[in-house]
Design a binder for this molecule. Structure first.
Ligand code: GLN
Length: 466
């Protein structure tokens, strides 16, 4: 099907023009109401003027996960350790968004350093799900999910995923969320969780919004040598042609025992709608995507990298401080880290240090890297046959706060079974709302090959337009 460019141009305008018509005061009081009801963010500015009136995002309110540096505005990564940290610089993505006229209007709440699946591990406010305030929003970019669901204006939420932190809140809050290929978007100015896994992406109410956000943020950055120059322009080429699109449905995801029956049924219905639109759908066996491989490999790699990244928070360079002269340095470091890190952070430092320790290194860390290689190969093999893979994003709807609190850490880690695979492999993926169960949103996950964001966006867009 031919792409009608004039129509695409119209859509950009619509996205922006609704917004430039916004009265700043009305927006402000809307945001205050949302903050009071769901606690998704900390307001950062009430100045909605822009120097880039012709920019792609002129007038669009944008929120930024609090793990991404904003010059002169506190960037806490959800941790008491960084409560008063004011970066002297902007992350590259923030500069790029502002250069296109975006208003960076708030920092969204998150699990401390990105460690979590429900956004209940924040040292500050824990956001509530706008669809049901007794339920969690999903983590770790929970504030981004809640804000996107609640804000009734064009809005893009910049977020980050290490193992599913964009997809989980998108699914639980009923919005779209894209995690790009590793290296597509600069991580300069991101407070690292695990460098080989971290990716900046975005959430929006529509697939189009995510495509537009990604267009603005993507591209080579000399401050991040892992970035690459690849074609973008996703929003302009969004298309609803899925005729002949080969969709593989991994049995290891769809039949995973943790997937709730009603969620499975809802996602199958959505996949069949894509089939009716012309796609070819087939179940596929991808044994290395099973929970037994991906979840342990992911958590070992992630906590190993995290434990080294967290070594810098010792009360000396930046962040929380105390009195180093009192007891000597070792005691001082322990005191600071004991006082300012939360429980999940301490757990991960211990796990990560253990996995990297001499004697255990080859048993855990190096083995996890080998499994990671196998997972990448499994995806690569699958993408020789299929254009995209589709599955539920999360195995269940957002749990209540009480249900989430009853799970032990290993049970929580298992909730990431469907999202850690593509993250380990650096494959782009998008979660798109595909129905409800018990009045709560369900997300369909569409995973693509490296740098093939356009195909997953088109598939998600096609589904959304139906
Ligand atoms: N839930 C996963 C974790 O805790 C993923 C979090 C993330 O992507 N930042 O590691």
């Amino acid at each position: 099907m031919a792409v009608d460019n004039s129509a695409k141009g119209m859509r950009v305008k619509e996205f922006i023009e609704t917004d430039t018509a916004i009265d700043a005061r009305a927006l402000q009081s809307h945001l205050n109401g949302i903050q009071n009801a769901f606690q998704p963010f900390r307001a950062l500015t009430d100045d909605f003027s822009t120097d880039a009136a012709d920019g792609k995002l002129a007038g669009v309110p944008v929120t930024v996960k609090d793990q991404i540096c904003t010059r002169d505005f506190n960037t806490t990564a959800g941790s008491k350790m960084l409560e008063d940290y004011r970066p002297p610089f902007n992350a590259t993505v923030v500069d790029r968004l502002q250069a296109e006229g975006a208003h960076i209007m708030g920092k969204t709440n998150m699990d401390e350093f990105g460690f979590g699946t429900f956004c209940t591990n924040s040292a500050f406010e824990v956001p509530k799900n706008p669809h049901d305030t007794d339920r969690v929003v999903g983590g770790s970019s929970g504030g981004a999910g809640a804000a996107t669901a609640a804000i009734e204006y064009p809005h893009i939420a910049v977020a980050e995923s290490t193992g599913g932190s964009i997809s989980a809140p998108a699914a639980f809050c009923g919005v779209a969320g894209i995690t790009p290929t590793y290296g597509r978007v600069s991580r300069y100015g991101l407070i690292d969780y695990a460098n080989s896994l971290d990716k900046i992406g975005c959430l929006a109410k529509t697939v189009y919004g995510t495509a537009l956000g990604l267009d603005v943020m993507a591209g080579k950055d000399r401050n991040d040598t892992t970035t690459v120059d690849r074609e973008t322009g996703f929003a302009d080429t969004l298309d609803t042609d899925v005729d002949g699109l080969q969709i593989g449905v991994p049995a290891q995801y769809m039949e995973f025992e943790g997937v709730d029956d009603a969620v499975r049924e809802t996602v199958w219905t959505a996949i069949h709608e894509l089939e009716e639109a012309g796609a070819d759908v087939e179940e596929v066996d991808l044994p290395r995507l099973a929970k037994g491989y991906t979840v342990p490999a992911y958590y070992i790699v992630a906590v190993s990298e995290a434990s080294t990244n967290l070594a810098r928070y010792c009360g000396m360079r930046y962040g929380a401080e105390g009195d180093p002269d009192r007891n000597g340095f070792n005691e001082y470091f322990s005191e600071i880290r004991t006082a300012y890190f939360g429980d999940e952070v301490k757990r991960r430092i211990m796990l990560g240090s253990y996995a990297r320790m001499a004697g255990y290194r080859s048993k855990y860390y190096l083995k996890a890297l080998k499994v990671r290689r196998l997972v990448i190969d499994e995806f690569k093999q699958a993408f020789r046959e299929y254009d995209v893979l589709a599955a539920p994003t999360m195995p269940m709807i957002a749990p209540t706060f009480d249900e989430a609190a009853e799970l032990d850490p290993v049970e929580v880690y298992a909730m990431d079974t469907l999202t850690v695979g593509p993250n380990l492999a650096g494959m782009p993926h998008i979660s798109v709302p595909c129905g409800t169960v018990q009045d709560m949103p369900v997300g369909m996950h569409i995973i693509g090959d490296h740098f093939d964001e356009q195909t997953i966006l088109n598939a998600a867009y096609t589904y959304e337009q139906q």
